[in-house]
Design a protein around this ligand. Structure first.
Ligand code: BG6
Length: 470
């Protein structure tokens, strides 16, 4: 969606230096996103992707890898990137590899006004060495650098990375991705609310009883068990995607509707998140059979499920639980944000409700509004009805993938959907108790179900909106 931003021009040629170019993230998400942008006409006339990594491969081999990636994960023409790909081995802090020379050569090929973007599709442990490499080889001037999540793995490692990055780059050059912020429906959280008094007027504790942010996944972790076992659900999803979406829901209206103020408002409210109480407000789970996976320790205590009750300590939300949940090997995949509305206990002698505003963040996104209505017929009986709007049906809509949308924002310099140091510092502070001695032990749960029964307690008497019945 168009946010007003400082530099809306993609006319400059673009050189995208893709670190970790042969890795899973590049193949699954970044290369397909670049192809989507190319197909949608959202790239400038001249652009190149310079893949880089430790292994030495030729330009042709990289092009073949990209075609295979688009075949498997893309949305159309698998040759879309042909002619735009180069490859060079990466640098270290001490050695330039082939990369430093290749950047100079490709930038020259594209022209003097080329925008150079470094995309770090690498594990978090490589963020600092890559950042130092950029400095060591004098590559930092005018570049934009995209960091994947998680940005840090604890409050301390966040601070170290933040200090280093600010020694090397200006904040304006830094784009920290949380791809859930790029989803069409996530962006609709602020449009629906601020663009419609009907919704904006009820966005507070007077009218909202609970907020559910629920991301169950049927997915296994077998193909990335080693990474996963060192990470777990809470680090992978809670301190990142779930907190950021919670901030999208909870933010105060920005003082101006532009990129900078929107990002600041979203990230600032994370400062009102109460540090988690691991014993009262968090349930961790591990699906039965997880420890048998190759790459997982036999006595692993890694969580594959997390449910948390988050409190936002400000006037708007005091007392309203934000119920956050995600897990692997669950009964269903969904990505749903639901505001459960307060309703009168009864109307005409019958129980009323539930009233709900729900947004599905999955795919192209959807909005569902559930209200109490009169059941058609001769008697005054109550029923509930849901009005649904699939976002791809919106007139003139051409949805972009979350990665496509965010990458486009990087190219045009729109920073509204990226995280800020202020927000991340607060996120790590909220999360820190879960990394301490009171972290609960993960409870075993049956695969293909809804996680440990203990998590139901967090949601209160009405339970989770998503579940076996929904
Ligand atoms: C990633 C997590 O960031 O998000 C994965 O590492 C998760 O574990 C994924 O499955 C979900 O995102 P989506 O929207 O691409 O399904």
């Amino acid at each position: 969606m168009p946010h007003p931003h400082p530099d809306t021009s993609t006319d400059h040629p673009v050189l995208l230096v893709l670190h970790g170019a042969r890795g899973d993230l590049s193949r699954r998400l970044v290369l397909p996103a670049i192809a989507d942008l190319a197909s949608a006409g959202l790239l400038p006339e001249r652009w190149l992707v310079l893949g880089t990594g430790r292994r030495s491969i030729t330009d042709d081999e990289f092009a073949e890898l990209a075609r295979d990636a688009l075949d498997e994960f893309g949305n159309g023409d698998s040759t879309r990137l042909d002619g735009h790909l180069r490859y060079a081995t990466t640098f270290t802090e001490d050695e330039p590899g082939e990369l430093v020379q290749a950047i100079a050569a490709t930038a020259e090929e594209l022209g003097a006004d080329t925008t150079v973007v470094h995309y770090l599709a690498v594990p978090p442990s490589a963020f600092a060495p890559t950042t130092r490499g950029l400095r060591a080889h004098g590559l930092t001037e005018g570049i934009r650098v995209v960091y994947e999540k998680p940005y840090g793995t604890s409050a301390e490692s966040f601070e170290e990375l933040d200090t280093l990055v600010h020694e090397v780059l200006d904040e304006q050059q830094v784009f920290r991705i949380d791809h859930f912020l790029g989803k069409e429906a996530t962006q609709n959280l602020h449009v629906l609310r601020f663009g419609n008094q009907l919704f904006g007027g009820v966005w507070n504790r007077e009218h909202v009883a609970q907020v559910h942010i629920d991301l169950p996944e049927t997915l296994d972790v077998a193909d990335r068990a080693e990474f996963y076992d060192a990470t777990g659900a809470a680090l992978d999803m809670l301190v990142t995607h779930l907190f950021q979406v919670a901030a999208e829901v909870a933010m105060e209206p920005p003082s101006r509707f532009d990129a900078e103020h929107l990002a600041a408002a979203r990230e600032r409210v994370i400062g009102c998140f109460r540090p988690l109480d691991p014993q009262q407000d968090v349930v961790l789970g591990q699906f039965r059979g997880y420890r048998e996976l190759d790459g997982v320790a036999d006595d692993s205590r890694t969580d594959t499920f997390v449910a948390a009750r988050l409190w936002v300590d400000n006037d708007r939300w005091r007392g309203v639980p934000f119920l956050l949940r995600t897990g692997k090997r669950m009964a269903r995949s969904a990505q749903q944000v639901t505001l459960v509305l307060r309703t009168p206990h009864e109307l005409f002698g019958e129980p009323a409700g539930p009233g709900r505003i729900a947004l599905s963040l999955a795919g192209d996104g959807a909005i569902d509004i559930t209200t109490t209505v009169k059941q058609p017929g001769p008697d005054l009986r109550l029923a509930t009805g849901t009005a649904s709007l699939a976002l791809q049906q919106v007139d003139g809509g051409e949805p972009l993938s979350a990665y496509g949308s965010l990458l486009h924002d990087v190219l045009v310099g729109d920073r509204s959907l990226f995280t800020t140091p202020e927000g991340l510092r607060a996120a790590w502070r909220t999360f820190a108790p879960l990394q301490g001695p009171t972290r609960p032990e993960p409870v075993e749960y049956e695969p293909d179900g809804w996680g440990p029964g203990q998590a139901d307690r967090l949601a209160g008497p009405d339970g989770w909106v998503l579940g076996p019945e929904s």
